[in-house]
Design a binder for this molecule. Sequence first.
Ligand SMILES: Cc1cc2nc3c(=O)[nH]c(=O)nc-3n(C[C@H](O)[C@H](O)[C@H](O)COP(=O)(O)OP(=O)(O)OC[C@H]3O[C@@H](n4cnc5c(N)ncnc54)[C@H](O)[C@@H]3O)c2cc1C
Ligand code: FES
Length: 289
Amino acid sequence: MHSDPCEKYTNSALRVGDADPYPQRLVGEFIGAVISNDWVNEEYKHLTLKVHEQALRAYAGQMFHLLCPSPDGAEVWMRRPMSVYRVDKARSQVEFLYKVMGRGTRGMAMLEPGDDFNIAGPLGVGFKLAPSWKNIVVLGRGVGLATLAPLSQLAAEHGVGVTAILSARSPGVVMSKSLFEGFGAQTITVVDSDNSSAVENVEKILEDLIDKGRADAFFTCGSNRLLKLMQRLGKEHNIPGQVAMEQVMVCGFGACYVCVRTFEVDGVRTLKRVCRDGPVFNMQEAVGW
Ligand SMILES: Cc1cc2nc3c(=O)[nH]c(=O)nc-3n(C[C@H](O)[C@H](O)[C@H](O)COP(=O)(O)OP(=O)(O)OC[C@H]3O[C@@H](n4cnc5c(N)ncnc54)[C@H](O)[C@@H]3O)c2cc1C
Ligand code: FES
């Protein structure tokens, strides 16, 4: 069987440092070298990979489809979608912040420095900043914060101010605060344990930011009730918004239609693929879950 890369296909992933035979392509399959894979709290790990320069094109809101190692010797079917948490171009690194849940992420949790990890991407449509926006509000909960965190980097690069409202069960599992603050964002933490994360309280915080002119656009991920709140306030105050959606995926690039969700565009219900048309969508078009 012919095994050299041909004009259309490559039969093996690129190794770190290899010359890329297809420099014009936007998406690819890459082998990243694990730099670190550390626990950030009892549920989440932070993975840093050294990657091929093509993978560094990933921007906020885009994802990679990860070929997770097996945690138990049996096959792990299909890749797992994961938002890019941070891109560090100077060090040729991409980072992921992930919750250790089922077999895929348990396999990921076993990766050690020096291991190889196969990632495909960058995939999907990420966040966009309009030139007229001077201040944005980011509201996320749980793992949704991992998806929203790179927005702070994107905003910092464009001189846009960020207020990030970080919602979590308890102070011990609030994530991404230091990443947001490292890029100059102001953070407000709300938690279930003192009821500050209640929708009524978050609404007051948002209204205050709107009054102070610090909400040119809304961004959210990770909670249906927070999405509904931002949609309602966005409509009332004419504030545009974007939401990052999650859905179970198989191919990750638009072919299988496993990841469709319902959206409402100009009053008409329509199906869109989260992997290809998203994962970031116009907030007012999202139907929620
Ligand atoms: C666009 C996108 C971005 C994401 N970004 C992150 C991130 O930054 N950090 C993070 O921790 N998680 C993220 N997730 C969720 C992550 O994909 C799942 O937690 C992961 O697939 C679970 O796999 P598992 O094998 O550990 O769990 P299992 O429950 O064993 O998975 C079984 C199957 O369900 C799928 N699945 C389970 N939960 C989800 C989910 N929430 N979304 C999609 N598929 C799921 C798995 O891919 C797998 O095919 C993202 C999901 C999407 C769609
Ligand atoms: S996962 Fe196949 S179309 Fe989205």
